[in-house]
Write a protein that binds this ligand. Structure first.
Ligand code: OVM
Length: 406
């Protein structure tokens, strides 16, 4: 992506804090301003560069040679700062160290390996929807569906023992906050870091995991020599860190989208096979993972601006996913569009390795809901859940009209 023919220009600057509560609550105005300011913007508050346009975000995600992950995928620069936990072997690693863990997890989470889960999860989704509807037609779609469903199916698939799964969401929430600056959101979790880390680490041991789940598959990779025994628990940790909050916020994005777009819900009811594309469109539209960072490995020129070696670069995935230069009518949630190419799951060598799992969960839940529910609408204002990286809801009050025929 270097272009030595273009003379380097000082980029526009902004003193905005993308991690301030008001921008986390409502990121679009800042994203628009940053996209319009230029292809590269200097954020003076953190002394970093930000990319807000699709073209540059997409290109930076693909260029892992110039933009490394090994110095951390958050604001903290692991070259100078001690990471809060041993770095992830996937997210916070570069080739060649990244290759073996990635290959192992890709095989374990690939569509053929998930076929058996598909049947199980469809039945689990039908059960959950039946149970929720039997209790009434007004409920919090966030707690009752978006959180309840992944918490019911995902830990089982990993092979966690039954019970005591209350720590999964708080741990993920803490890990995703930790990618941002040490603001009030990080301080609010500080008292639980040791306890939650110890709990998650204990779940990663071979003895703690059932012999028929993703966790067992990861340990079998160590038996084959595809991973070292020291790597296996950290790869399990990646599943437990990245696999729960992300799908919860992805599902709540889809439920929010449908509650506020009744005509799109009708489309899904008429053609349930749209559930998959609907989930990807919701991921594009809300971008549950809003941001990740990279670090320049050399002086990199992006659109005429030199980003100096060692500089942290903020990739605004949510902004790229609504860039009008890439998307027609980007702020519309529309099942008629092709959302492929969105960067809500990232792009390139680090692109979400769990995306097939996420799509399967979403497909199961949305299909079950579409079969039983004629109409879903807001029953009160949604409440935001603030996180330095995740965009999601704390509460989504809805009212549904069950289909009398089902
Ligand atoms: C990890 C990981 C991967 C992706 C996202 C993430 C907390 C973590 O490997 O631990 O967010």
């Amino acid at each position: 992506m270097t272009d030595t023919l273009t003379p380097s220009a000082a980029p526009p600057t902004s003193d905005a804090d993308p991690f301030a509560a008001r921008h986390l609550r409502d990121p679009e105005p800042l994203h628009r301003a940053l996209r319009e300011a230029g292809p590269v913007v200097r954020l003076t508050r953190y002394d970093i560069h930000a990319l807000a346009r699709y073209q540059e975000v997409h290109a930076a995600l693909l260029d892992w040679q110039s933009f490394e992950s090994g110095a951390g995928a958050g604001l903290a620069n692991f070259r100078h700062e001690e990471p809060w936990r041993p770095p992830s072997l996937l997210l916070e690693a570069d080739p060649p160290a990244h290759d073996a863990p990635r290959r192992v997890l890709r095989e374990i989470l690939a569509p053929p390996a998930l076929r058996r889960l598909s049947t199980l999860w469809r039945a689990a989704a039908e059960d959950l929807v039946d149970a929720v509807l039997s209790r009434g037609t007004r409920f919090d779609a966030c707690a009752e569906l978006a959180e309840a469903f992944p918490l019911r199916v995902f830990p089982d698939a990993v092979g966690l023992p039954p019970g005591n799964r209350d720590n999964l969401l708080p741990y993920g929430n803490m890990a995703f906050n930790a990618f941002g600056p040490r603001n009030a959101l990080v301080a609010a979790d500080a008292h639980r870091v040791a306890e939650l880390s110890a709990w998650v680490n204990a779940q990663c041991a071979r003895e703690a995991l059932g012999d028929d789940g993703f966790g067992a598959r990861i340990w079998e990779a160590a038996d084959r020599g595809d991973l070292t025994p020291a790597q296996s628990p950290l790869v399990v940790r990646s599943l437990l860190t990245a696999g729960v909050d992300t799908t919860v916020h992805g599902l709540s994005a889809a439920l929010f989208a449908f509650a506020t777009h009744p005509e799109q819900w009708q489309r899904l009811r008429e053609r349930p096979e749209l559930a998959r594309v609907a989930f990807d469109e919701a991921v594009r539209w809300q971008s549950p993972v809003q941001t990740f960072f990279r670090t320049a490995t050399t002086d990199v020129t992006v659109a005429g601006t030199v980003i100096e070696e060692g500089t942290k670069v903020l990739l605004l995935l949510g902004s790229a996913n609504r860039d009008p230069a890439r998307w027609q009518d980007p702020d519309r949630f529309d099942l008629g569009r092709d959302p492929s190419g969105h960067v809500g799951f990232g792009m390139g060598i680090h692109q979400c390795v769990g995306q097939h799992v996420a799509r399967l969960e979403a497909e199961a839940l949305l299909t079950a809901l579409a079969r039983r529910v004629e109409h879903i609408e807001p029953a009160g204002p949604p409440e935001r859940h603030l996180n330095n990286t995740l965009r999601g809801w704390g509460a989504l009050p809805v009212r549904v009209h069950p289909d009398p025929a089902t």
